[in-house]
Design a binder for this molecule. Structure first.
Ligand code: C2E
Ligand code: CA
Ligand code: CA
Length: 479
Protein backbone atom coordinates (compact mmCIF):
# COMPACT_ATOMS: atom_id res chain seq x y z
CA UNK A 1 0.00 0.00 0.00
CA UNK A 2 1.31 3.45 -0.91
CA UNK A 3 2.32 5.78 1.92
CA UNK A 4 -0.25 8.41 0.85
CA UNK A 5 -3.01 5.77 0.82
CA UNK A 6 -1.93 4.54 4.26
CA UNK A 7 -2.00 8.08 5.66
CA UNK A 8 -5.44 8.61 4.11
CA UNK A 9 -6.74 5.37 5.65
CA UNK A 10 -5.38 6.30 9.07
CA UNK A 11 -6.96 9.73 8.80
CA UNK A 12 -10.34 8.18 7.92
CA UNK A 13 -10.14 5.65 10.74
CA UNK A 14 -9.48 8.42 13.26
CA UNK A 15 -12.37 10.52 11.93
CA UNK A 16 -14.74 7.50 12.07
CA UNK A 17 -13.59 6.56 15.56
CA UNK A 18 -14.10 10.11 16.86
CA UNK A 19 -17.58 10.29 15.32
CA UNK A 20 -18.61 6.91 16.72
CA UNK A 21 -17.24 7.92 20.12
CA UNK A 22 -19.50 10.99 19.89
CA UNK A 23 -22.54 8.79 19.16
CA UNK A 24 -21.65 6.56 22.10
CA UNK A 25 -21.26 9.61 24.33
CA UNK A 26 -24.89 10.38 23.49
CA UNK A 27 -25.82 6.86 24.64
CA UNK A 28 -23.96 7.49 27.88
CA UNK A 29 -25.73 10.82 28.40
CA UNK A 30 -29.12 9.19 27.66
CA UNK A 31 -28.40 6.36 30.10
CA UNK A 32 -27.28 8.83 32.76
CA UNK A 33 -30.44 10.92 32.24
CA UNK A 34 -32.66 7.83 32.59
CA UNK A 35 -31.01 6.19 35.58
CA UNK A 36 -32.93 8.08 38.27
CA UNK A 37 -36.25 6.93 36.74
CA UNK A 38 -35.34 3.41 37.91
CA UNK A 39 -36.35 4.49 41.42
CA UNK A 40 -39.96 5.41 40.55
CA UNK A 41 -42.91 3.72 38.85
CA UNK A 42 -43.59 3.59 35.12
CA UNK A 43 -46.34 6.23 35.30
CA UNK A 44 -47.25 8.55 32.42
CA UNK A 45 -44.83 11.25 33.65
CA UNK A 46 -41.93 8.78 33.56
CA UNK A 47 -42.98 7.52 30.13
CA UNK A 48 -43.05 11.10 28.83
CA UNK A 49 -39.66 11.82 30.38
CA UNK A 50 -37.95 8.82 28.82
CA UNK A 51 -39.58 9.62 25.46
CA UNK A 52 -38.17 13.11 25.80
CA UNK A 53 -34.69 11.63 26.21
CA UNK A 54 -35.16 9.85 22.87
CA UNK A 55 -36.45 12.99 21.16
CA UNK A 56 -33.81 15.34 22.48
CA UNK A 57 -30.54 13.43 22.55
CA UNK A 58 -29.17 12.84 19.04
CA UNK A 59 -28.81 9.28 17.66
CA UNK A 60 -30.92 7.59 20.37
CA UNK A 61 -33.71 5.31 19.14
CA UNK A 62 -35.05 3.73 22.37
CA UNK A 63 -34.72 3.90 26.14
CA UNK A 64 -35.97 1.00 28.28
CA UNK A 65 -35.97 0.35 32.02
CA UNK A 66 -35.38 -3.25 33.20
CA UNK A 67 -35.89 -5.21 36.39
CA UNK A 68 -33.66 -8.27 35.99
CA UNK A 69 -34.38 -9.43 32.45
CA UNK A 70 -37.84 -7.86 32.36
CA UNK A 71 -38.51 -4.60 30.51
CA UNK A 72 -41.16 -2.77 32.55
CA UNK A 73 -41.02 0.72 31.03
CA UNK A 74 -39.94 1.81 27.57
CA UNK A 75 -40.07 4.76 25.22
CA UNK A 76 -41.74 2.56 22.61
CA UNK A 77 -44.26 0.43 24.52
CA UNK A 78 -44.86 2.55 27.64
CA UNK A 79 -45.69 0.44 30.70
CA UNK A 80 -46.02 -2.90 28.87
CA UNK A 81 -43.99 -5.80 30.29
CA UNK A 82 -41.60 -7.93 28.22
CA UNK A 83 -39.53 -10.76 29.56
CA UNK A 84 -36.30 -11.22 27.61
CA UNK A 85 -34.86 -14.73 27.46
CA UNK A 86 -31.24 -15.24 28.46
CA UNK A 87 -30.06 -15.12 24.85
CA UNK A 88 -31.69 -11.85 23.94
CA UNK A 89 -30.80 -10.04 27.18
CA UNK A 90 -27.88 -7.78 26.23
CA UNK A 91 -24.85 -7.88 28.54
CA UNK A 92 -23.84 -4.80 30.52
CA UNK A 93 -21.93 -2.23 28.47
CA UNK A 94 -22.05 -2.14 24.68
CA UNK A 95 -23.38 -4.84 22.35
CA UNK A 96 -24.25 -5.06 18.67
CA UNK A 97 -27.50 -6.67 17.46
CA UNK A 98 -28.77 -7.27 13.94
CA UNK A 99 -32.31 -6.22 14.85
CA UNK A 100 -34.92 -6.41 17.56
CA UNK A 101 -38.66 -7.11 17.84
CA UNK A 102 -39.49 -3.59 16.65
CA UNK A 103 -37.27 -3.50 13.56
CA UNK A 104 -36.01 -7.06 13.02
CA UNK A 105 -33.86 -6.28 9.97
CA UNK A 106 -32.17 -3.11 11.15
CA UNK A 107 -28.93 -3.22 13.10
CA UNK A 108 -28.88 -1.78 16.57
CA UNK A 109 -26.31 -0.97 19.23
CA UNK A 110 -27.31 -1.39 22.86
CA UNK A 111 -25.73 0.37 25.82
CA UNK A 112 -26.84 -1.19 29.11
CA UNK A 113 -25.95 0.13 32.56
CA UNK A 114 -26.91 -1.29 35.95
CA UNK A 115 -28.10 0.43 39.10
CA UNK A 116 -29.26 -1.33 42.29
CA UNK A 117 -30.56 -4.50 40.63
CA UNK A 118 -32.24 -2.67 37.79
CA UNK A 119 -30.81 -1.45 34.50
CA UNK A 120 -31.22 1.10 31.72
CA UNK A 121 -30.99 -0.07 28.12
CA UNK A 122 -30.33 2.59 25.47
CA UNK A 123 -30.73 1.63 21.79
CA UNK A 124 -28.83 3.41 19.04
CA UNK A 125 -29.95 2.94 15.46
CA UNK A 126 -27.26 1.04 13.53
CA UNK A 127 -28.09 3.35 10.64
CA UNK A 128 -26.28 6.23 12.36
CA UNK A 129 -23.16 4.10 12.91
CA UNK A 130 -23.30 2.62 9.42
CA UNK A 131 -23.30 6.14 7.96
CA UNK A 132 -20.17 7.01 9.91
CA UNK A 133 -18.41 4.03 8.26
CA UNK A 134 -19.08 5.37 4.77
CA UNK A 135 -16.23 7.41 3.24
CA UNK A 136 -15.08 8.54 -0.19
CA UNK A 137 -12.23 6.03 -0.05
CA UNK A 138 -13.20 3.38 -2.61
CA UNK A 139 -10.12 1.27 -1.88
CA UNK A 140 -10.97 0.55 1.74
CA UNK A 141 -13.92 -0.92 3.64
CA UNK A 142 -14.27 0.45 7.14
CA UNK A 143 -15.90 -1.68 9.84
CA UNK A 144 -16.66 -1.46 13.53
CA UNK A 145 -15.90 -4.55 15.67
CA UNK A 146 -17.33 -5.06 19.12
CA UNK A 147 -17.25 -8.27 21.22
CA UNK A 148 -16.49 -10.44 18.16
CA UNK A 149 -19.28 -8.96 16.01
CA UNK A 150 -18.64 -6.62 13.10
CA UNK A 151 -20.83 -3.88 11.65
CA UNK A 152 -20.07 -2.90 8.07
CA UNK A 153 -20.99 0.20 6.03
CA UNK A 154 -23.93 -1.70 4.49
CA UNK A 155 -25.47 -2.06 7.97
CA UNK A 156 -24.87 -5.83 8.22
CA UNK A 157 -23.77 -7.41 11.50
CA UNK A 158 -21.26 -10.18 10.70
CA UNK A 159 -19.96 -12.89 13.01
CA UNK A 160 -16.76 -13.86 11.20
CA UNK A 161 -13.36 -12.74 12.44
CA UNK A 162 -11.54 -10.21 10.35
CA UNK A 163 -7.83 -10.90 9.88
CA UNK A 164 -7.15 -8.88 6.76
CA UNK A 165 -7.47 -5.39 8.22
CA UNK A 166 -4.61 -3.11 7.18
CA UNK A 167 -5.23 -0.83 10.13
CA UNK A 168 -6.98 -1.35 13.47
CA UNK A 169 -7.74 1.39 15.91
CA UNK A 170 -9.20 0.96 19.37
CA UNK A 171 -11.38 3.66 20.80
CA UNK A 172 -9.64 5.22 23.80
CA UNK A 173 -12.99 5.41 25.63
CA UNK A 174 -15.18 2.46 24.56
CA UNK A 175 -14.45 -1.22 23.94
CA UNK A 176 -14.65 -1.38 20.18
CA UNK A 177 -12.25 -1.05 17.29
CA UNK A 178 -12.36 0.29 13.75
CA UNK A 179 -10.85 -1.92 11.03
CA UNK A 180 -9.75 -0.76 7.61
CA UNK A 181 -9.87 -3.57 5.03
CA UNK A 182 -8.38 -3.14 1.57
CA UNK A 183 -11.01 -3.77 -1.11
CA UNK A 184 -9.95 -6.59 -3.43
CA UNK A 185 -11.04 -5.59 -6.93
CA UNK A 186 -12.39 -8.85 -8.31
CA UNK A 187 -14.24 -8.81 -11.60
CA UNK A 188 -13.02 -5.51 -13.16
CA UNK A 189 -9.44 -6.58 -12.51
CA UNK A 190 -9.89 -9.99 -14.10
CA UNK A 191 -11.71 -8.38 -17.00
CA UNK A 192 -8.97 -5.83 -17.63
CA UNK A 193 -6.24 -8.49 -17.46
CA UNK A 194 -7.98 -10.51 -20.15
CA UNK A 195 -8.45 -7.44 -22.28
CA UNK A 196 -4.82 -6.31 -21.93
CA UNK A 197 -3.75 -9.64 -23.42
CA UNK A 198 -5.10 -8.30 -26.68
CA UNK A 199 -3.16 -5.02 -26.79
CA UNK A 200 -5.18 -3.30 -29.52
CA UNK A 201 -8.50 -4.08 -27.93
CA UNK A 202 -7.07 -2.85 -24.61
CA UNK A 203 -6.02 0.50 -26.08
CA UNK A 204 -9.40 0.95 -27.78
CA UNK A 205 -11.25 0.12 -24.60
CA UNK A 206 -9.15 2.53 -22.54
CA UNK A 207 -9.78 5.32 -25.03
CA UNK A 208 -13.48 4.51 -25.08
CA UNK A 209 -13.71 4.42 -21.29
CA UNK A 210 -11.88 7.71 -20.81
CA UNK A 211 -14.00 9.37 -23.51
CA UNK A 212 -17.15 8.09 -21.81
CA UNK A 213 -15.92 9.25 -18.41
CA UNK A 214 -15.03 12.71 -19.62
CA UNK A 215 -18.40 13.05 -21.40
CA UNK A 216 -20.26 12.08 -18.22
CA UNK A 217 -18.16 14.47 -16.09
CA UNK A 218 -18.55 17.35 -18.54
CA UNK A 219 -22.28 16.71 -18.88
CA UNK A 220 -22.80 16.61 -15.10
CA UNK A 221 -20.80 19.80 -14.57
CA UNK A 222 -22.36 21.64 -17.46
CA UNK A 223 -25.86 20.54 -16.34
CA UNK A 224 -25.18 22.00 -12.89
CA UNK A 225 -23.74 25.19 -14.37
CA UNK A 226 -26.62 25.50 -16.82
CA UNK A 227 -29.16 24.99 -14.03
CA UNK A 228 -27.39 27.58 -11.89
CA UNK A 229 -27.25 30.02 -14.80
CA UNK A 230 -30.93 29.39 -15.53
CA UNK A 231 -31.83 29.89 -11.88
CA UNK A 232 -30.07 33.28 -11.76
CA UNK A 233 -31.95 34.34 -14.89
CA UNK A 234 -35.24 33.01 -13.50
CA UNK A 235 -34.76 35.08 -10.35
CA UNK A 236 -33.99 38.18 -12.39
CA UNK A 237 -37.16 37.62 -14.40
CA UNK A 238 -39.32 36.71 -11.38
CA UNK A 239 -40.04 33.26 -12.80
CA UNK A 240 -40.12 31.64 -9.37
CA UNK A 241 -43.71 31.77 -8.17
CA UNK A 242 -45.00 31.13 -4.64
CA UNK A 243 -47.60 28.38 -4.26
CA UNK A 244 -49.31 27.83 -0.93
CA UNK A 245 -50.36 24.61 0.79
CA UNK A 246 -53.08 24.94 3.46
CA UNK A 247 -52.42 24.11 7.11
CA UNK A 248 -55.48 22.78 8.92
CA UNK A 249 -56.26 22.91 12.64
CA UNK A 250 -56.98 19.37 13.93
CA UNK A 251 -59.63 20.37 16.46
CA UNK A 252 -61.80 22.61 14.25
CA UNK A 253 -60.90 21.34 10.78
CA UNK A 254 -60.40 24.99 9.72
CA UNK A 255 -57.58 26.19 7.50
CA UNK A 256 -55.53 28.42 9.79
CA UNK A 257 -52.64 29.19 7.48
CA UNK A 258 -50.43 27.86 4.75
CA UNK A 259 -46.86 27.04 3.80
CA UNK A 260 -45.36 29.01 0.94
CA UNK A 261 -43.51 26.69 -1.47
CA UNK A 262 -41.70 28.08 -4.48
CA UNK A 263 -42.50 26.77 -7.96
CA UNK A 264 -40.29 27.20 -11.00
CA UNK A 265 -41.78 26.60 -14.42
CA UNK A 266 -39.05 27.03 -16.98
CA UNK A 267 -40.37 28.17 -20.41
CA UNK A 268 -38.58 25.27 -22.21
CA UNK A 269 -37.77 22.71 -19.55
CA UNK A 270 -41.08 22.81 -17.72
CA UNK A 271 -41.50 22.29 -13.97
CA UNK A 272 -38.20 22.12 -12.03
CA UNK A 273 -38.54 20.67 -8.53
CA UNK A 274 -37.51 22.65 -5.44
CA UNK A 275 -35.64 19.48 -4.40
CA UNK A 276 -33.20 20.42 -7.22
CA UNK A 277 -33.07 24.19 -7.24
CA UNK A 278 -33.27 24.91 -3.47
CA UNK A 279 -30.06 22.98 -2.54
CA UNK A 280 -28.34 24.54 -5.59
CA UNK A 281 -29.43 28.00 -4.44
CA UNK A 282 -28.23 27.26 -0.89
CA UNK A 283 -24.81 26.19 -2.15
CA UNK A 284 -24.38 29.18 -4.43
CA UNK A 285 -25.53 32.11 -2.35
CA UNK A 286 -28.89 32.54 -4.12
CA UNK A 287 -31.23 31.29 -1.40
CA UNK A 288 -31.65 34.67 0.29
CA UNK A 289 -32.94 36.05 -3.03
CA UNK A 290 -35.54 33.25 -3.11
CA UNK A 291 -36.64 33.97 0.47
CA UNK A 292 -36.92 37.68 -0.29
CA UNK A 293 -38.76 37.03 -3.56
CA UNK A 294 -41.33 34.78 -1.79
CA UNK A 295 -42.02 37.33 0.95
CA UNK A 296 -42.26 40.19 -1.55
CA UNK A 297 -44.57 38.42 -4.01
CA UNK A 298 -46.97 37.22 -1.29
CA UNK A 299 -47.07 40.69 0.31
CA UNK A 300 -47.73 42.31 -3.10
CA UNK A 301 -50.61 39.91 -3.77
CA UNK A 302 -52.16 40.53 -0.34
CA UNK A 303 -51.71 44.26 -0.85
CA UNK A 304 -53.22 44.38 -4.35
CA UNK A 305 -56.30 42.22 -3.79
CA UNK A 306 -59.06 42.43 -1.28
CA UNK A 307 -57.61 39.57 0.73
CA UNK A 308 -58.50 40.49 4.25
CA UNK A 309 -59.61 37.85 6.71
CA UNK A 310 -61.41 38.12 9.98
CA UNK A 311 -59.24 35.70 11.94
CA UNK A 312 -55.52 35.57 12.44
CA UNK A 313 -53.93 33.33 9.86
CA UNK A 314 -50.27 32.54 9.39
CA UNK A 315 -48.28 32.15 6.22
CA UNK A 316 -45.12 30.16 6.74
CA UNK A 317 -42.02 30.85 4.64
CA UNK A 318 -39.09 28.43 4.44
CA UNK A 319 -35.79 29.99 5.48
CA UNK A 320 -32.24 28.69 5.27
CA UNK A 321 -29.07 29.19 7.30
CA UNK A 322 -27.92 32.01 4.97
CA UNK A 323 -31.03 34.00 5.93
CA UNK A 324 -29.59 34.21 9.45
CA UNK A 325 -26.21 35.66 8.43
CA UNK A 326 -27.34 39.30 8.53
CA UNK A 327 -30.30 41.53 9.44
CA UNK A 328 -31.98 41.50 6.00
CA UNK A 329 -34.66 39.03 7.09
CA UNK A 330 -35.89 41.53 9.70
CA UNK A 331 -36.21 44.24 7.02
CA UNK A 332 -38.10 41.90 4.68
CA UNK A 333 -40.54 40.89 7.44
CA UNK A 334 -41.05 44.57 8.35
CA UNK A 335 -41.73 45.40 4.69
CA UNK A 336 -44.23 42.51 4.49
CA UNK A 337 -46.07 43.89 7.52
CA UNK A 338 -46.00 47.44 6.24
CA UNK A 339 -47.54 46.32 2.95
CA UNK A 340 -50.25 44.25 4.65
CA UNK A 341 -51.15 46.16 7.82
CA UNK A 342 -54.80 45.20 8.09
CA UNK A 343 -54.88 41.90 6.24
CA UNK A 344 -54.94 39.65 9.32
CA UNK A 345 -52.14 37.54 7.87
CA UNK A 346 -49.12 36.87 10.07
CA UNK A 347 -45.67 35.65 9.14
CA UNK A 348 -44.16 32.34 10.22
CA UNK A 349 -40.63 31.20 9.39
CA UNK A 350 -39.82 27.49 8.96
CA UNK A 351 -36.22 26.73 9.87
CA UNK A 352 -34.69 23.45 8.70
CA UNK A 353 -31.49 21.73 9.65
CA UNK A 354 -30.39 21.12 6.07
CA UNK A 355 -27.60 23.65 6.61
CA UNK A 356 -27.38 24.28 10.36
CA UNK A 357 -27.86 27.79 11.71
CA UNK A 358 -24.99 28.60 14.08
CA UNK A 359 -25.79 29.70 17.62
CA UNK A 360 -24.13 33.12 17.42
CA UNK A 361 -24.83 36.47 19.08
CA UNK A 362 -26.21 37.73 15.74
CA UNK A 363 -28.68 34.83 15.54
CA UNK A 364 -29.78 35.46 19.14
CA UNK A 365 -30.39 39.12 18.34
CA UNK A 366 -32.32 38.17 15.19
CA UNK A 367 -34.52 35.77 17.19
CA UNK A 368 -35.31 38.50 19.72
CA UNK A 369 -36.16 40.98 16.95
CA UNK A 370 -38.34 38.46 15.10
CA UNK A 371 -40.14 37.65 18.33
CA UNK A 372 -40.71 41.37 19.00
CA UNK A 373 -42.19 41.72 15.49
CA UNK A 374 -44.59 38.84 16.19
CA UNK A 375 -42.99 36.52 13.61
CA UNK A 376 -43.73 32.91 14.54
CA UNK A 377 -40.97 30.34 14.36
CA UNK A 378 -41.50 26.75 13.32
CA UNK A 379 -38.85 24.02 13.37
CA UNK A 380 -39.11 22.11 10.11
CA UNK A 381 -38.32 18.43 9.45
CA UNK A 382 -38.11 17.79 13.18
CA UNK A 383 -36.63 14.42 14.11
CA UNK A 384 -34.64 14.01 10.91
CA UNK A 385 -31.46 15.86 11.90
CA UNK A 386 -29.09 16.11 14.79
CA UNK A 387 -29.54 19.59 16.19
CA UNK A 388 -33.23 19.25 17.15
CA UNK A 389 -32.72 19.94 20.82
CA UNK A 390 -30.28 22.80 20.26
CA UNK A 391 -32.78 24.36 17.83
CA UNK A 392 -35.57 24.18 20.40
CA UNK A 393 -33.41 26.01 22.93
CA UNK A 394 -32.09 28.49 20.37
CA UNK A 395 -35.32 29.45 18.59
CA UNK A 396 -38.01 28.79 21.23
CA UNK A 397 -40.43 27.90 18.39
CA UNK A 398 -44.21 28.12 18.49
CA UNK A 399 -44.57 25.15 16.13
CA UNK A 400 -42.70 21.88 15.57
CA UNK A 401 -43.23 20.26 12.17
CA UNK A 402 -43.31 16.49 12.05
CA UNK A 403 -41.62 15.45 8.82
CA UNK A 404 -43.55 13.51 6.20
CA UNK A 405 -41.23 10.49 6.55
CA UNK A 406 -42.88 9.85 9.92
CA UNK A 407 -46.43 10.41 8.66
CA UNK A 408 -46.00 7.85 5.89
CA UNK A 409 -46.86 4.50 7.50
CA UNK A 410 -47.68 5.93 10.95
CA UNK A 411 -50.72 3.61 11.20
CA UNK A 412 -48.63 0.43 10.99
CA UNK A 413 -45.00 1.24 11.81
CA UNK A 414 -44.41 1.01 15.58
CA UNK A 415 -41.04 2.79 15.47
CA UNK A 416 -42.51 5.78 13.58
CA UNK A 417 -45.37 5.90 16.06
CA UNK A 418 -42.84 5.93 18.90
CA UNK A 419 -40.87 8.77 17.31
CA UNK A 420 -44.02 10.84 16.74
CA UNK A 421 -45.12 10.22 20.34
CA UNK A 422 -41.73 11.50 21.47
CA UNK A 423 -42.02 14.61 19.34
CA UNK A 424 -45.54 15.33 20.62
CA UNK A 425 -44.41 14.84 24.23
CA UNK A 426 -41.56 17.30 23.88
CA UNK A 427 -43.75 19.79 21.99
CA UNK A 428 -46.37 19.67 24.76
CA UNK A 429 -43.68 20.12 27.36
CA UNK A 430 -42.34 23.19 25.54
CA UNK A 431 -45.88 24.49 24.92
CA UNK A 432 -45.41 24.20 21.14
CA UNK A 433 -48.02 23.18 18.61
CA UNK A 434 -47.31 20.37 16.16
CA UNK A 435 -47.89 20.34 12.41
CA UNK A 436 -47.85 16.89 10.82
CA UNK A 437 -46.67 17.15 7.23
CA UNK A 438 -47.45 14.77 4.34
CA UNK A 439 -50.92 13.68 5.54
CA UNK A 440 -52.32 11.80 2.54
CA UNK A 441 -55.08 9.58 3.98
CA UNK A 442 -57.98 9.76 6.40
CA UNK A 443 -56.46 6.97 8.50
CA UNK A 444 -53.21 8.95 8.94
CA UNK A 445 -55.26 11.98 9.99
CA UNK A 446 -57.31 9.97 12.50
CA UNK A 447 -54.23 8.30 13.98
CA UNK A 448 -52.26 11.57 14.29
CA UNK A 449 -55.22 13.41 15.81
CA UNK A 450 -55.65 10.63 18.40
CA UNK A 451 -51.96 10.97 19.24
CA UNK A 452 -52.38 14.69 19.95
CA UNK A 453 -51.08 16.42 16.79
CA UNK A 454 -52.59 19.91 16.65
CA UNK A 455 -52.28 20.74 12.91
CA UNK A 456 -52.17 18.92 9.58
CA UNK A 457 -50.76 19.61 6.15
CA UNK A 458 -50.83 17.29 3.15
CA UNK A 459 -52.44 16.12 -0.06
CA UNK A 460 -55.42 14.73 1.90
CA UNK A 461 -56.45 18.35 2.45
CA UNK A 462 -54.91 20.02 -0.60
CA UNK A 463 -51.82 20.06 -2.79
CA UNK A 464 -49.89 23.35 -2.88
CA UNK A 465 -51.96 25.69 -5.10
CA UNK A 466 -51.34 29.08 -6.70
CA UNK A 467 -51.95 32.14 -4.55
CA UNK A 468 -55.25 33.13 -6.18
CA UNK A 469 -56.72 29.65 -5.55
CA UNK A 470 -55.39 29.52 -2.01
CA UNK A 471 -56.77 32.89 -0.95
CA UNK A 472 -60.08 32.27 -2.70
CA UNK A 473 -60.53 28.82 -1.06
CA UNK A 474 -59.43 30.06 2.34
CA UNK A 475 -61.66 33.11 2.36
CA UNK A 476 -64.62 31.04 1.16
CA UNK A 477 -64.22 28.69 4.09
CA UNK A 478 -63.94 31.43 6.71
CA UNK A 479 -66.91 31.44 9.07
P1 C2E B 1 -40.60 20.99 3.00
O1 C2E B 1 -40.37 22.29 3.67
O2 C2E B 1 -40.48 19.77 3.83
O3 C2E B 1 -42.02 21.09 2.29
C1 C2E B 1 -42.94 20.05 2.21
C2 C2E B 1 -42.82 19.31 0.92
O4 C2E B 1 -43.73 18.19 0.95
C3 C2E B 1 -43.24 20.13 -0.30
O5 C2E B 1 -42.45 19.69 -1.40
C4 C2E B 1 -44.71 19.72 -0.48
O6 C2E B 1 -45.18 19.94 -1.78
C5 C2E B 1 -44.61 18.25 -0.15
N1 C2E B 1 -45.89 17.71 0.31
C6 C2E B 1 -46.90 18.36 0.89
N2 C2E B 1 -47.91 17.52 1.21
C7 C2E B 1 -47.51 16.29 0.82
C8 C2E B 1 -48.12 14.98 0.88
O7 C2E B 1 -49.23 14.79 1.36
N3 C2E B 1 -47.39 13.94 0.39
C9 C2E B 1 -46.15 14.11 -0.14
N4 C2E B 1 -45.50 13.04 -0.59
N5 C2E B 1 -45.54 15.34 -0.22
C10 C2E B 1 -46.22 16.40 0.27
P2 C2E B 1 -41.86 20.71 -2.43
O8 C2E B 1 -42.82 21.82 -2.68
O9 C2E B 1 -41.36 19.89 -3.58
O10 C2E B 1 -40.65 21.33 -1.66
C11 C2E B 1 -39.54 20.57 -1.32
C12 C2E B 1 -38.66 21.29 -0.34
O11 C2E B 1 -38.05 22.42 -0.96
C13 C2E B 1 -39.43 21.84 0.85
O12 C2E B 1 -39.59 20.80 1.77
C14 C2E B 1 -38.49 22.92 1.33
O13 C2E B 1 -37.49 22.39 2.14
C15 C2E B 1 -37.86 23.39 0.04
N6 C2E B 1 -38.48 24.66 -0.38
C16 C2E B 1 -39.56 24.89 -1.16
N7 C2E B 1 -39.76 26.22 -1.32
C17 C2E B 1 -38.78 26.85 -0.61
C18 C2E B 1 -38.42 28.22 -0.39
O14 C2E B 1 -39.06 29.18 -0.84
N8 C2E B 1 -37.32 28.46 0.39
C19 C2E B 1 -36.58 27.45 0.94
N9 C2E B 1 -35.53 27.77 1.70
N10 C2E B 1 -36.89 26.15 0.76
C20 C2E B 1 -37.98 25.85 -0.02
CA1 CA C 1 -41.09 23.56 5.15
CA1 CA D 1 -40.41 18.34 5.60
Amino acid sequence: MKVSQRINTQKNVIIIRDEIDRVLNHARIASHSAIHFLEGKCDSATQTDIRKIVATIPDIRTVSLLRGNEIYCSSVFGAQFFRLDAQSTPPLGLSLMDGNALTPYRSLLIYRTEHVGKSVMVGIDGYYLQNKLKTNDRRTDYQMTLNGLTLNAAGQVLTHRNNTASARYFSPVYKYQINANPVVPVSPDVLLKTVWQDEKLGVCLTLLLSALLSTITTKTLSHRNTLLFMLKKALDKNELIPFIQPIVEAESGNTVGGEVLMRWKHPQRGHISPEHFIPLAEQNGLITRITQSGLRQVADTLNSGDIINSRDMTLFFNVSAADFMNHDIIDWCRKFMRKTPFSGWQIGLEITEREPVEDTQLVQTLCEQLDALGVQISIDDFGTGNSNYRYLMQFRPRYIKIDKVFTLGIETDASKEAIVRNIIAIAQDMRCMTIAEGVETASQKVKLAAMGVTHFQGYYFSKPVDMATFFQNTLNTLP
